[in-house]
Design a binder for this molecule. Structure first.
Ligand code: TRP
Ligand code: SF4
Length: 327
């Protein structure tokens, strides 16, 4: 059995932003070098909350997968596909649902939390309660041993492990118990100083035009104590600097770290430097993305190819499952 196989899914939320760039995508890129990876768009998981209006899901998948590939997730190395194109996810989900006690799902902390956060939506559905069961199916369908997850997904992964143990206990050792590969997700601040998030409207998108990014950087909050040009500032308290310092050269950083507290540089000039550095850092990504867009069937072909590869592995697992289950 392949013990270096990783599975990770992302709900299609459309265009990705710098928060994804420094978090999940950076991790995936690293994983791709070390493991055999299955990366998929979790569109059925999106349905658990978006069932009443599904109009945006297809386009979101496309935008997201374009970003993955432009960023360097490589269809030659990794299997890239869409969950709903591999029907075995649903088949295994059904079987796992038979052995999963409802109490495990009800006590899942994210269940109540999400219901509260998304109070405008009716999430008292069977499917939403079963979110972690589908996630367990996603993972063990490929007999993955490692799952890169952030802290927020740990409770879900714990349920995956419990379901796996229960299956193996009832029907024999079919599945390895997957382990969380806890990934560092640095907190990336958005334009207003809150965590960068599409829903806060404070995000810088990977695919946006350079001028758009420039405008956004110029609108970023700085050190709020620095009211006038003559006031000394503190880069440590500056939202713009906290995001953008990572694109600056050492020389630029040293200069700002001296000039800001001495008030010898103004925030407008400083942010111009920051914006340029960010735009330059994004340039190769933007180019690659535009190239991909210019051949419209490219993403479709990659996803179709990935689904074919994933399905081979999935079908093999389902043979073992049926064998063990005797159904
Ligand atoms: N629940 C994950 C999230 O919201 C997405 C997901 C679905 C996933 N299936 C998965 C992640 C399987 C890892 C493995 O981020
Ligand atoms: Fe931030 Fe630069 Fe202004 Fe200092 S000078 S507060 S680092 S934008």
């Amino acid at each position: 059995m392949n013990n270096r196989r990783i599975v990770s899914g992302m709900r299609p939320t459309g265009k990705l932003h710098l928060g994804h760039f420094h978090g999940v995508l950076a991790n995936w890129l690293q994983m791709q070098k070390e493991y055999e990876c299955f990366f998929f768009a979790a569109d059925w998981h999106s349905l658990t909350t978006e069932y009443a209006d599904t109009s945006g899901i297809r386009e979101s998948i496309r935008d997201m997968v374009l970003d993955w590939i432009a960023f360097g997730i490589d269809p030659e190395k990794s299997t890239i596909f869409c969950q709903s194109s591999v029907h075995q996810h649903a088949e295994l989900n059904l079987i796992l649902s038979m052995i999963t006690p409802v109490s495990w799902l009800e006590r899942n902390p994210t269940y109540k939390e999400m219901q509260d956060n998304l109070a405008a939506k009716d999430l008292s559905t069977f499917g939403f309660l079963g979110y972690p069961v589908l996630m367990a199916a996603d993972i063990i369908l490929y007999r993955a041993t490692k799952v890169p997850v952030g802290h927020d997904q740990l409770p879900h992964l714990e349920i995956t492990r419990e379901i796996t143990r229960r299956f193996n206990y009832l029907y024999g050792e079919v599945f390895p118990e997957p382990e969380a590969l806890l990934t560092e997700t640095p907190k990336v601040l958005g334009l207003d100083g809150r965590k960068m998030s599409k829903s806060y409207g404070n995000a810088i998108f990977l695919s946006e035009a350079a001028d758009e990014t420039r405008k956004k950087v110029m609108s970023m909050v700085t050190d709020t104590q620095r009211v006038r040009r003559a006031d000394p500032g503190d880069p440590d308290k500056c939202v713009a600097y906290s995001l953008n310092h990572q694109y600056l050269t050492e020389a630029q950083k040293s200069e700002i770290l001296v000039a800001c507290p001495a008030a010898s540089i103004g925030c407008v000039d400083c942010k111009k430097i920051q914006a340029q550095a960010l735009v330059d850092a994004m340039e190769p990504f933007r180019c690659r993305r535009n190239e991909l867009i210019s051949s419209p069937s490219m993403v479709d072909d990659i996803l179709a190819d990935g689904a074919r590869k994933a399905a081979i592995s999935a079908a093999e697992t389902m043979l073992h499952v049926r064998d063990a289950l005797k159904v």
